[in-house]
Design a protein around this ligand. Structure first.
Ligand code: NAD
Length: 296
């Protein structure tokens, strides 16, 4: 039987509507908009597209957007000074420096310069540490979006076997931590994992975050499993144009899985929605206001 296709795009749209309501309530209470600052260095076309769609979504949600496009030859000192300015700006609740940075700029140093309490991407080591020890902080947007989709679909995840393929700091590792915190039993697979198909077959939940087009085959999936495909890979199609595919061979996997996200339209739209969510959460925290638990 064919799997349920998880409608991440529609879920993200509903989340963005709720964020919009909270953004308007925030402005009514404080007389200012919640603000997100996005800094782009250089002219990487994919990054430009991301940054512009983030800015558009921010404004659509009723928040303030502060955008900075700096030339590729920007010095580290100039970039750090910009970050310091945004840290000090009371109208800015969230700061995001678009990665990757051009060669010569130290990403760790730049991310470490962001005030952890404005680090809505959740990449600062302080926030990574807070996640590990269960303290309140910011969680990277893509894995948090995946967790929201899983909870919406499955409810209680307790006791399930979860397999996360990929161990990056922005997806795989925080995803695994969130799944442990949700009481699943987690296996983290990576490029050195032996017998990957057998490992993946353990998963009631499979999260693929690898960056290899259609690597995860249908025969690797446990029947009825829930499969979230984080991968975004541009491949050449037969007509010579390019198209986006995930890390999972969707047509094969949907015949075996219980539920699966498509690419595009699955996990991808959750990332920006969660970025807006983290920003509004930051704004409420910074003003000492209550945002109902589980409101977002
Ligand atoms: P990354 O390159 O930092 O990490 C990839 C991980 O995959 C590594 O940990 C590596 O060990 C593992 N890996 C590589 N080859 C493997 C193999 N053959 N078998 C098993 N594991 C293997 O990538 P990332 O930043 O985590 O991103 C992963 C994918 O997710 C990419 O396609 C990226 O474009 C996509 N992504 C999507 C979103 C979104 O918004 N949907 C956000 C971030 C990343």
């Amino acid at each position: 039987m064919s799997a349920t296709v998880i409608q991440g795009k529609a879920f993200a749209a509903r989340l963005r509507d709720r964020i919009g309501d909270h953004a308007h309530a925030f402005e009514a209470k404080t007389g200012r908009k919640a603000g997100l600052a996005v800094v782009l260095v250089g002219q990487d076309p994919a990054s430009q597209v991301y940054v512009r769609s983030k800015a558009k979504a921010t404004v659509e949600a009723g928040m303030g957007s502060f955008e900075f496009e700096l030339p590729a030859d920007t010095s580290e000192a100039t970039l750090l000074a910009r970050v310091a300015e945004l840290n000090a700006n009371p109208d800015v609740d969230g700061i995001l420096v678009q990665l990757p940075l051009p060669n010569g700029l130290d990403e760790l140093k730049v991310i470490s310069a962001i005030d952890p309490d404005k680090d809505v991407d959740g990449f600062h080591v302080i926030n990574a540490g807070r996640l590990c020890v269960g303290q309140k902080g910011f969680v990277p947007c893509t894995p948090l979006g995946c967790l929201m989709l899983l909870k919406d679909l499955l409810g209680d995840l307790s006791g399930k076997e979860a397999v996360v393929i990929g161990r990056s700091n922005i997806v795989g590792r925080p995803m695994a931590q969130l799944l442990v915190d949700a009481d699943t039993t987690v296996t983290i697979a990576h490029s050195k994992t032996r017998n990957l198909p057998d490992v993946v077959r353990r998963g009631d939940i499979v999260i693929a975050a690898v960056g290899q087009p259609e690597m995860v085959r249908g025969s690797w999936i446990k029947p009825g499993a829930t499969v979230l495909d984080v991968g975004i890979n541009r491949v050449e199609a037969e007509d010579g144009k390019t198209r986006l595919v995930g890390d999972v061979a969707f047509d094969e996997a949907r015949e075996v899985a219980g539920a699966i996200t498509p690419v595009p339209g699955g996990v991808g739209p959750m990332t920006i929605a969660v970025l807006l969510r983290n920003t509004i959460v930051s704004a409420y925290r910074r003003e000492g206001l209550e945002l109902a638990k589980d409101a977002l």
